[in-house]
Design a binder for this molecule. Structure first.
Ligand SMILES: Nc1nc2c(c(=O)[nH]1)N[C@H]1C(S)=C(S)[C@@H](COP(=O)(O)OP(=O)(O)OC[C@H]3O[C@@H](n4cnc5c(=O)[nH]c(N)nc54)[C@H](O)[C@@H]3O)O[C@H]1N2
Ligand SMILES: Nc1nc2c(c(=O)[nH]1)N[C@H]1C(S)=C(S)[C@@H](COP(=O)(O)OP(=O)(O)OC[C@H]3O[C@@H](n4cnc5c(=O)[nH]c(N)nc54)[C@H](O)[C@@H]3O)O[C@H]1N2
Ligand SMILES: [Mo]
Length: 792
């Protein structure tokens, strides 16, 4: 495949269609066979989960290695599950993992290898024609590889030469701000700390991360109102809650171990309310796959109440709840509103109460799609419960008004005085296993002055103070030629970001793209003038440095910092650990400009932790405390009832109900994860709980919306998104009738990221609005041309 000629400015923006014949495709290919569709499951977990666990674990790793690895997951002497960030209980069982954790371990622990020979056989163009599932199945990366200017294939490169190449490009830039350094959330605290130190010594705060696309909205919303950008609850609080709200989250798939927690809560009579456009199986009934007797029974019912909200109807719904609570208070003064707490600890209650009085029930019901009776039923639960926990994830954070969504939750929490006491508080359920820790370590494009000052003092330099680029800003900067080098510590920047074609143009305009990775992914195939793949150790693997075996640390969703130790031999002798990659890179790039003893720090990770302890509050005596079984809690003011805002109080906030944005004929589309993927990593082609198997290119719609458009189940359609007069198209998706509110649609990411406009993002947090995509649906052009009618 011919390489494209590039001018000094890179390829012109407008030339994509003209270029597409020569540039390999950037989106996952179409599927050859349509998926099979059955009724969604009624029960999560159970025997199918056990079977799936074994299939993935033994299939990828073999029975012996597979079992050995699984028995080390989340154990105090083992490794932290590379899946989600749900915390581990104080008392561990022998098998402290879930079906999807097993898939994450199998994905990394696979015995398959991607060798230099593989890259000799496969050109970048040929690899681009393969699906994401296929790419992942090729196995672990084994050696550093380079794609030289104009080359069609990656070829091996020595580590030193690779670092020299990055150094050459970085040091040739006019300004350090012409480089951007991405982080995905699997990176350990130690690697993240060294990485941000290197980036700041290089001279920029350009540290976009996956958090920008994930819980940034939660961090922004909570920071403004409570004074900390993290949740306030601990796992133990779930044992004391009287009500748990699960909003915009699918724990059965994305945090399966949370179901164990919810099951225990339900069994002791805690009421669980779920708010979701979909009746997700995991919130309906659960059979614990590790409770043998339970497997044969009907499972534990989890939900007390299910509110089937319209996509992005949450502000309306949460305001309806606030209104209902205040109406009760008026009828029965002193029954609902936590007067003492509000007077002592908060600001802004009057303005909030005024806003709730002005909100009209008609608008609440119309916008949320939930009846007044159901909202009153949920308000009853809230009013009865003295200790309520609100949990949420991407269903709330990825909308234009995401920050308002979360701040309306905070309002309800403050109204009931349900924070800063046992069994109560807010719980943004984090995604990647160390995404929260990476932020704590300083992976942030807008660092606080106090953090920079401590960093500068410890390492004797003046860190840059001007803010850096987040994900959306980095995409624009690359597209405009302002960023010429893109470096990624983990992740899949091409497929995880919005607007895939825009992202691809951005990456292709750079001089160099570098990915530190464990597995092959599409981001390696859409590259700058030159590209590097730097293969690293995974979480499951033993890490031995000059002073002996090392461990690293992570922070879970509830602010517990603990150790994680690999259990098996590395996938290849050529792999380096992430801390070592960062240290060797920093020393190659900065040379005598840096007085940090980079190489000595990574001979013994205790030395890195000593530095962390001196820079980051809460990590005092880090090396000793992290060796205690289970680790330690980071300080959390609001958890103890101290609000760490500037005023020292928690803040009520006032939000307008979002305007209706759908024109006639349009649908609001959310982009979801299947049960068989981890973000852009596709473990398999099934979404078992939703009854969709063997394919991912589907669009779930209400039967009446299907009928109204003259479409039929199984028909092939094209999806067009609409944003500020621009359109984007994704072709050949199969229509699946589903229990979803009218005028809503659901598809899977990353296949539909091409439809998410780069400039459609949340106010304040700038998180891409990938759950609020306005689309129209029409029969596929090809099938229309062929006259192919709907298939059953
Ligand atoms: N196995 C597995 N585990 C994972 C991941 C994975 O991909 N696979 N990803 C990890 C990461 S990084 C993250 S961030 C988390 C993601 O965890 P989730 O947030 O659970 O993931 P999503 O699939 O995005 O699901 C969003 C849920 O919100 C609902 N929803 C969508 N729009 C709205 C809305 O407007 N209002 C309400 N109330 N609900 C809505 C959807 O129906 C869906 O149930 O999981 C983490 N864990
Ligand atoms: N449309 C849409 N887009 C979304 C979302 C959505 O819901 N809808 N969700 C967003 C969210 S919440 C997130 S967090 C982002 C995720 O964005 P990313 O974190 O960038 O994406 P992942 O798919 O998690 O990254 C997978 C890759 O990480 C590499 N990897 C795995 N383990 C390791 C490791 O230990 N070290 C290193 N160096 N590399 C490793 C592997 O090569 C693998 O291919 O996507 C976002 N994008
Ligand atoms: Mo995430």
């Amino acid at each position: 495949m011919a390489e494209v000629q590039r001018s000094e400015e890179g390829t012109p923006d407008t030339a994509t269609s003209a270029l597409s014949p020569v540039l390999p495709p950037v989106q996952p290919p179409e599927e050859s066979t349509p998926p099979r569709v059955d009724a969604p499951s009624q029960v999560a977990g159970g025997i199918p989960a056990v079977i799936s666990t074994m299939k993935h674990a033994w299939g990828e790793m073999g029975a012996v290695r597979g079992t050995r690895l699984l028995l080390k997951v989340n154990q105090k002497d083992g490794f932290d599950c590379p899946g989600c960030a749900w915390p581990d209980p104080g008392h561990r069982s022998v098998a402290e993992f879930c079906e999807n954790g097993a898939k994450a371990v199998a994905e990394e622990g696979t015995t398959e290898r991607v060798t230099p020979d593989f890259f000799r056989q496969w050109s970048v163009a040929a690899l681009s024609a393969q699906g994401d599932y296929w790419l992942g199945k090729q196995g672990r990366l084994t050696q550093p590889m380079v794609l030289r200017e104009g080359a069609t294939h990656y070829t091996p490169i020595a580590w030193d030469e690779a670092f020299a190449l990055v150094a050459e490009e970085l040091n040739a830039l006019d300004t350090p701000d012409a480089a951007s350094f991405y982080t995905s959330g699997r990176t350990s605290n130690e690697a993240a700390f060294l990485y941000q130190l290197f980036v700041r010594q290089f001279g920029t705060n350009n540290l976009p991360d996956c958090s920008n696309m994930c819980h940034e909205s939660s961090g922004t919303a909570l920071g403004e109102t409570l004074g900390i950008g993290k949740g306030t609850v601990t796992l133990e609080d779930f044992d004391h809650a009287q009500a748990i709200f699960v909003i915009g989250q699918n724990p059965g798939t994305n945090h399966p171990r949370m179901l164990t927690t919810l099951q225990a809560a339900a069994r002791r009579g805690c009421e669980i309310v779920s708010v979701n456009p979909l009746p997700e199986t995991g919130l309906n009934r659960f059979k614990h796959p590790q409770e043998v007797l339970h497997l044969l029974g009907p499972g534990t019912a989890l939900n007390s109440l299910f509110l089937q909200v319209r996509i992005n109807g949450d502000v309306a719904l949460l305001q309806g709840l606030g209104k209902a609570l205040l109406e009760r208070e008026e009828a029965q003064p002193g029954s609902v509103v936590a007067r003492g707490f509000i007077e002592d600890k908060t600001l802004g209650f009057e303005a909030y109460a005024r806003n709730m009085r002005e909100v009209r029930w008609e608008d609440v019901v119309e916008q949320s799609g939930v009846s007044r009776e159901q909202i009153l039923a949920a308000a009853d639960i809230l009013a009865r419960s003295e200790r309520t926990i609100f949990c949420w994830a991407m269903g709330l954070t990825q909308h234009r008004n995401a920050v308002a969504n979360i701040q309306e939750i905070v309002n309800l929490t403050l109204l009931r005085g349900s924070v800063g006491k046992q069994g109560a508080g807010v719980c943004p359920v984090r995604g990647h296993s160390n995404v929260q820790g990476d932020r704590t370590m300083g992976i942030w494009e807008r660092p606080r002055p106090a953090f920079l000052e401590a960093l500068g003092r410890e390492f004797g330099f003046e860190p840059p103070h001007h803010h850096g680029l987040d994900v959306v800003a980095a995409l624009h900067a690359m597209n405009e030629g302002r960023v010429r080098v893109f470096f990624a510590l983990g992740g899949n920047f091409l497929s995880a970001t919005p607007d895939t074609e825009f992202t691809a143009r951005a990456l292709r305009k750079t001089r160099l793209t570098v990915h530190v990775s464990t597995k092959l992914n599409r981001a390696h195939l859409v590259h700058g003038l030159r590209a590097l793949i730097l293969p690293c150790l995974g979480r499951t693997e033993r890490d031995v440095q000059a002073t002996g075996p090392q461990f690293v640390t992570v922070e879970n969703s509830m602010g517990v910092v603990h150790a994680t130790r690999g259990a098996v031999a590395p996938a290849s002798e050529h792999l380096l650990s992430e801390p070592v990659i960062v240290a060797r890179l920093a020393s190659a790039v900065l040379g005598s400009r840096s007085s940090v003893p980079w190489l000595s720090l990574v001979e013994d990770y205790d030395r890195v932790r000593e530095r962390i302890a001196r820079v980051i509050p809460g990590f005092e005596d880090f090396n000793r405390r992290v060796r205690e079984p289970g680790g330690f809690f980071l300080p959390n003011g609001p958890r103890e009832g101290r609000f760490t805002t500037e005023s020292g109080k928690a803040h009520f906030t006032v939000h307008a109900m979002p305007p209706e944005v759908l024109a006639p004929g349009q649908l609001m589309m959310m982009t979801l994860r299947t049960h068989d993927q981890f973000n852009t990593t596709v473990y398999g082609l099934d979404d078992r709980y939703r009854g969709i198997r063997g394919g991912r290119r589907v669009v779930m719609m209400h039967p009446k919306d299907i009928q109204e458009r003259g479409l039929a189940a199984g028909q092939m359609v094209d999806l067009t998104s609409h944003f500020q007069g621009e359109t984007r198209v994704a072709r050949r998706f199969v229509v699946v009738p589903y229990n979803i509110p009218r005028r809503c649609a659901a598809t899977y990411f990353p296949e539909t990221n091409v439809l998410v406009p780069v400039d459609s993002f949340a106010e304040k947090s700038r998180t891409p609005a990938s759950k609020s995509v306005v689309i129209t649906v029409a029969p596929s052009e090809e099938s229309a041309a062929l006259g192919a009618g709907p298939t059953p």
